[in-house]
Write a protein that binds this ligand. Structure first.
Ligand SMILES: [Ca+2]
Ligand SMILES: [Ca+2]
Ligand SMILES: [Ca+2]
Ligand SMILES: [Ca+2]
Length: 85
């Protein structure tokens, strides 16, 4: 497969686009993204590098039960705060 069509040019298991986002080398199999908390997202795009492998924010591509409720409450809180001004 040519490099243009290959999503993982160095075959280290991380896609080229992901490696670029994570500041690791997409053409160097020895250069892989750093994932401090092991949740599958490299530190560069992980919103919290210390929250452990079982937690991913929805923004990180995972799904977290209950987050919909939390975010709804956050929106309501922000709206309430905004109205106070
Ligand atoms: Ca790669
Ligand atoms: Ca690499
Ligand atoms: Ca991580
Ligand atoms: Ca994380």
């Amino acid at each position: 497969m040519g490099d243009n069509a290959d999503l993982d040019d160095d075959n280290d298991g991380f896609a080229d686009t992901y490696e670029m986002e994570c500041n690791s080398g997409p053409l160097n199999a020895n250069s892989v993204p750093t994932d401090s908390d092991g949740d599958g997202l490299c530190d560069e795009i992980d919103l919290d590098n210390t929250d452990g492998p079982l937690w991913q924010y929805p923004d990180e591509g995972g799904s977290t039960p209950g987050f919909g409720l939390i975010s709804a409450l956050a929106v309501l809180t922000l709206a309430a705060l905004a109205r106070r001004d």
